[in-house]
Design a binder for this molecule. Structure first.
Ligand code: PGA
Length: 251
């Protein structure tokens, strides 16, 4: 259902088994908002346990290797994520691009591997502060999309783009609402040029310091189809406030 708002929690390298109770609470809260698609990308170590603990929310990985299997110590394939209960995977997060030297070409290969394994994929893009200050934000993001998106849009809702300005991640700073709308419109235009009509099935999430206080206004910006939430997704209390902010009035 790609027209539902999509609220995704990126737990990053946080979460022991004790956090499963938080996931259960998030799941119960999400069940009260059928008009919102809620997901968590926990660390891989928790995916199968969480899959047994929840009923409503979907689960994803935070990264995958581009190969199906083989001698890649420490890596996990898209098929392995699917095997333990993931239905999507995040690729190209700026913490992967910066900390693991992931290029657009690598991100694209991972996105292709994910869709080939039948997973949904969230492709992350976003400019650094220096790039924004230089007036290059839209150009940078457009180039990242050009290099990182998979060839096909897949089934409706299978491909998602997350716009996450690097300088807004974990900093408590967010772009102006006008800047969010302008970037999301530019991403929409790029998706239309790239995929044609199937681009309508691609949602664009905003990510970067989304919290209970700012979610409602960010979610109302042009072409914002949901949010990718880091820190504020770790507790049911704050994450469910964001889910409520995304809910249509009929929920
Ligand atoms: P943040 O992280 O919400 O903690 O800023 C977002 C992300 O990196 O996806």
């Amino acid at each position: 259902m790609p027209n539902r708002p999509y609220i995704v929690g990126n737990w990053k390298m946080n979460g022991m088994r004790a956090a499963l109770s938080e996931a259960r609470a998030i799941d119960r809260g999400a069940a009260r908002h059928p008009g919102v698609q809620v997901a968590i990308a926990p660390p891989d170590t928790l995916i199968s346990l969480m899959a047994e603990a929840v009923e409503t929310i979907s689960l994803g990985g935070q990264d995958c290797h581009e190969a199906g299997s083989g001698a890649f110590t420490g890596d996990v394939s898209a098929a392995m994520l699917a095997d333990v209960g993931a239905s999507f995977v995040i690729v190209g997060h700026s913490e992967r691009r910066a900390g693991h030297a992931e290029t657009d070409a690598i991100v694209r290969a991972k996105a292709e591997a994910a869709t080939a394994a039948g997973l949904g994929v969230i492709v992350c893009v976003g400019e650094t502060e220096a790039q924004r200050d230089a007036g290059n934000a839209e150009q940078v993001v457009t180039m990242q999309l050009e290099g990182s998106l998979p060839d096909e849009a897949g089934t409706p809702g299978q491909v998602t783009v997350a716009y996450e300005p690097v300088w807004a991640i974990g900093t408590g700073r967010v772009p102006s609402l006008d800047d969010v709308s302008a970037m999301h419109r530019a991403i929409r235009a790029k998706l239309e040029a790239r995929y044609g009509a199937p681009s309508a099935g691609v949602r664009i999430l905003y990510g970067g310091s989304v919290n209970a206080g700012n979610a409602a206004e960010l979610l109302h910006c042009d072409e914002v189809g949901g949010a990718l939430v880091g820190g504020a997704s770790l507790t049911a209390e704050s994450f469910l406030t964001i889910v409520s902010a995304a809910a249509p009035e009929t929920d």
